[in-house]
Design a protein around this ligand. Structure first.
Ligand code: FDA
Length: 309
C-alpha cells in the first residue's frame, strides 16, 4: 500500500515543490542524490573512483516532451562527458546512464526517432571522452522502443549498454536476444509499478526470473551488469562468474549511490568491478520517491528527519 502511494506521489509536482521547501528533507535526499550540479557530481564520482569503484552518472530528469528542453538535456550530457574527461575520469571507470524519455522518446510518434538522434550525439561525445553509455529502462510501454534504440546505437557504438527488468515477463526472451548480440546488459529487478498482464507481482517470482536471466547472460556472449543489492543474487552472480571463468571487467556488480556502501567496497576489495549509480541534478524528486518506495525503513528514516525540530 505504502509503495503504491509513494509511486503515485513520484508523479505529483505539488509534492515535489513542497518537499523542496523543507530543509530537513534535503539532508535525507543527500543520502541518495550526489548533488544538484555537474561539479558536485564529478566531485562525488572522483571520491568513489579513489576508493576503486566505477561510476555511472545519471543526470536526473525524465518524461520530457518539450523539444527545446530535450535538446538542452542532450547538450548537458555532451558537456558532462567533456567535464569527466577534463577531470581525468574519461575512461571506462565512468559511464553515463541515459533515460530516453528525457530525450523526447515519448513525444508523439516521432519521439523515438528524435530520442535516437539525441542519443547518438551523446554516445559520440561519450566515445570521444572515453566514457561508456547505458540506457536506463523505464516503464513497460517504453521497452520495445528502448531495446530498438539500443540495437541501433550498438551499430556505431558497440559498447552501448541497456537495462532490462526481471519483473517483466518478456525479459528472459529479451536477455536471450541481447546475449546473442553480445551486448552490455544491466539486469535489474524493476522499479516501476506494472500491471499483472506484463509483470510478475510477487517478489519471489521476480527473483526467480532474475536468476533465469543471469544464467542466460553468463552462459552467452553478453557482458552482464548485475544491478542489485540483494545478497542472495550477488552471491549467485559471483558463483556464475566463477563457473563461467569471467574475469573482472567481463561482468560488473552495480549498486545505487547511498545503498549498501559497505558491500560495494567489500566487493571492490575482493577484486570485482563495482559500479555505483550516481544521480545528480535538481530533478531528484521522482528518483528519490522510488528509492523510498523500495524500502519502508527509508520512509521511516525520512519521516523522522522531517519531524526533527
Ligand atoms: P531488493 O529491493 O529486494 O533489495 C534487496 C536489499 O537491498 C534490501 O533488503 C536492502 O537491504 C537493500 N536495498 C534495496 N533498495 C534499497 C534502498 N532503496 N534503500 C536502502 N536499501 C535498499 N530500475 C529500473 O526499472 N530501470 C533501470 O534502468 C534501473 N537502473 C538501476 C541501476 C542500478 C545500478 C541499480 C542498482 C538499480 C537500478 N534500478 C533500475 C532499480 C532496480 O530496479 C530496483 O528497484 C532496485 O535496485 C532495488 O532492488 P534490489 O535488486 O536491490 O532488491
Amino acid at each position: 500500500m505504502l509503495r503504491r502511494v509513494l509511486l503515485f506521489a513520484a508523479r505529483q509536482d505539488r509534492v515535489h515543490t513542497a518537499l523542496r521547501a523543507l530543509p530537513a528533507s534535503r539532508a535525507v535526499v543527500d543520502r541518495f542524490v550526489a548533488g544538484e550540479t555537474p561539479a558536485e557530481a564529478v566531485a562525488g564520482g572522483s571520491a568513489l573512483v579513489a576508493e576503486r569503484l566505477c561510476v555511472t552518472y545519471n543526470s536526473l530528469g525524465e518524461y520530457e516532451t518539450d523539444p527545446a528542453r530535450t535538446l538542452r538535456t542532450r547538450d548537458a550530457f555532451v558537456a558532462f562527458a567533456g567535464r569527466l574527461a577534463d577531470a581525468g575520469l574519461g575512461s571506462e571507470v565512468s559511464e553515463l546512464s541515459v533515460k530516453l524519455s528525457a530525450l523526447g522518446q515519448l513525444n508523439g510518434p516521432g519521439g523515438p526517432a528524435r530520442a535516437l538522434d539525441h542519443a547518438r550525439v551523446v554516445c559520440a561525445a561519450a566515445k570521444k571522452a572515453g566514457v561508456l553509455v547505458t540506457l536506463d529502462m523505464e516503464d513497460h510501454t517504453t521497452t520495445d522502443s528502448t531495446l530498438e534504440i539500443a540495437r541501433e546505437l550498438r551499430r556505431d557504438f558497440p559498447l552501448t549498454g541497456v537495462a532490462v527488468q526481471a519483473a517483466l515477463r518478456r525479459t528472459p526472451a529479451d536477455c536471450a536476444d541481447l546475449q546473442r548480440a553480445g551486448a552490455r546488459v544491466r539486469l535489474v529487478k524493476g522499479a516501476y509499478r506494472e500491471p499483472a498482464s506484463v509483470a510478475f507481482q510477487r517478489r519471489a517470482d521476480v527473483d526467480r526470473a532474475f536468476v533465469r536471466c543471469l544464467r542466460t547472460l553468463f552462459a552467452g556472449d553478453a557482458r552482464p551488469l548485475v544491478a542489485t543489492h540483494d545478497p542472495r543474487l550477488i552471491g549467485i552472480t559471483t558463483e556464475l562468474a566463477r563457473r563461467h571463468g569471467r574475469r573482472p571487467g567481463q561482468f560488473e556488480h552495480q549498486m545505487l549511490y547511498g545503498v549498501r556502501g559497505g558491500e560495494q567496497r567489500r566487493l571492490a576489495a575482493a577484486g570485482h568491478r563495482v559500479r555505483v549509480y550516481l544521480p545528480f541534478g535538481p530533478e531528484w524528486y521522482g528518483y528519490f520517491t522510488r528509492r523510498l518506495a523500495e524500502r519502508p525503513a527509508n520512509t521511516l528514516f525520512f519521516l523522522r528527519a522531517l519531524a526533527r525540530p
